[in-house]
Design a protein around this ligand. Structure first.
Ligand code: SME
Length: 155
């Protein structure tokens, strides 16, 4: 099997619509990295609501639509920055999707300088995400942003 990073290149280069690429990326990230327990991509609709577009892991029954500004996801979107929470039990902004989640990392997806969505990852251990995760996921998000912009500009 190709190494995980090479495989990401293949997923991102596939001639598929944005939502399919996002879904493939979620599945690949979760399968490749044990500390990525749930991987989702939210996209902003109407400028003010994050809508879960693709994911891999248990089905989220709550918070599939999150107003920008609410929760950790809404915070990252409103402030256009990545957010890492080491222990969600101590963060009152956190919106709970899964009982066993302890850590979360949310990384915005930009297109033309605007936040258009985000990658959201949950893990079961406290302090699961570090700077390497942030930098890596920001790279993935930048690629998704390019693909989103390309799809948007298609006639
Ligand atoms: N925890 C997120 C909500 C989404 S779930 O993690 C899938 C938040 O606080 O915004």
């Amino acid at each position: 099997m190709a190494n995980p990073i090479d495989r990401i290149g293949e997923i991102l280069a596939a001639r598929k619509p944005y939502d399919r690429i996002a879904k493939d990326l979620c599945a690949h990230l979760r399968a490749s990295f044990a500390h990525y327990g749930w991987v989702g991509v939210y996209m902003i609709e109407g400028g003010e609501t994050l809508v879960l577009q693709a994911w891999d892991g248990p089905a989220a029954t709550e918070h599939v639509r999150i107003p920008v500004g609410e929760g950790i996801c809404g915070l990252a979107a409103r402030e256009s920055r990545s957010v890492v929470v080491d222990d969600v039990r101590t963060d009152s902004r956190y919106l709970r999707c899964f009982l066993h989640t302890r850590s979360e990392i949310v990384v915005p997806i930009f297109a033309d300088g605007e936040v258009v969505g985000e990658i959201d990852i949950d893990g079961d251990k406290v302090g699961a995400y570090n700077e390497t995760d942030r930098i890596f996921l920001e790279w993935c998000a930048a690629k998704l942003g390019e693909i989103h912009r390309r799809d948007d500009s298609r006639p």
